[in-house]
Write a protein that binds this ligand. Structure first.
Ligand SMILES: Nc1ncnc2c1ncn2[C@@H]1O[C@H](COP(=O)(O)OP(=O)(O)O)[C@@H](O)[C@H]1O
Ligand SMILES: [Mg+2]
Length: 236
């Protein structure tokens, strides 16, 4: 059997002074999968994504990404490992307002040599990779590339955030409720674009949301409550 991209074992996590939020005996994401993980607001989705990315460390249990146990890396190495191998689409997009659209999309390539190398290899240059990705995501106006990120519509911000996550073909794309600000039609169209681009880049997708209506679009869907023994009955 091939090695899973994400391998979580016996994870227990609590925020300081709080009871355990996550108690997950096992969770795996296979390479090439597009997985939808649903759970109501406050159920620990963002916390789990932070643990999988190595932003926070669990004191109990093991999380491996691409076969690398995250706890074995020091903080600096963990940060480099994250930017080399994962692209994040945050709920609030987290674009840097004072940077241009182009600079925002290219940001991961400034921090990760391997992503810069892959972007250049595939598209000739990092600039070209950013332009191509944005065009695929429906932002093909060249003037937009130079625009500051703080004067974009929500739909544009979302596409810029997606291009930033995808540039340089990270093995894993993590999307944290990236569609909650959109209406239903736009939401589905965005997810389909995301699938196309992940497939083209060979990236696996872990998509979390409280919005159950999105589940049928995915290869596999799971409820966090099915994985998490610390879930309250309300969450199932
Ligand atoms: N940085 C933090 N410090 C302390 N508690 C937190 C922190 N982040 C989240 N929590 C708590 O963890 C619980 C789950 O939050 P979160 O992971 O954001 O859930 P979801 O993403 O499913 O809405 C909530 O009770 C929240 O208050
Ligand atoms: Mg959240």
């Amino acid at each position: 059997m091939s090695q899973p991209l994400i391998d979580v074992h016996d994870l227990v996590f609590a925020w300081p002074g709080q009871p355990p939020l996550l108690d997950i005996p096992q969770f795996r994401l296979e390479a090439g999968e597009a997985l939808f993980l649903k759970g109501p607001s406050g159920s620990g989705k963002t916390t789990l994504l932070g643990l999988i990315g190595g932003v926070n460390l669990a004191r109990q249990g093991r999380i491996s990404l691409l076969g690398q146990p995250l706890a074995e890396l020091g903080q600096g190495a963990r940060d480099r490992f994250r930017v080399d191998h994962t692209g994040y689409i945050f709920q609030q997009f987290n674009l840097l307002p004072f940077l241009s659209v182009r600079e925002n999309v290219e940001l991961p390539c400034r921090f990760s040599r391997s992503r810069a190398a892959r972007a250049s290899q595939r598209h000739g240059s990092v600039d070209q990779a950013a332009a191509v990705l944005l065009a695929h995501l429906g932002l093909d106006d060249p003037a937009l590339l130079a625009r500051r990120a703080d004067n974009l519509s929500i739909g544009q911000q979302q596409r810029v955030a997606a291009a930033r996550a995808l540039i340089g073909q990270p093995e894993l794309v993590i999307a944290d409720e990236p569609t909650s600000a959109l209406d239903a039609d736009t939401r589905e169209a965005f997810i389909r674009l995301l699938f196309d681009e992940c497939r083209a880049a060979g990236s696996s997708l872990l998509f979390v949301s409280h919005d159950q209506s999105l589940a049928p679009l995915f290869d596999r869907h799971l409820s966090l409550a099915e994985l998490n023994r610390a879930a309250t009955p309300r969450e199932a």
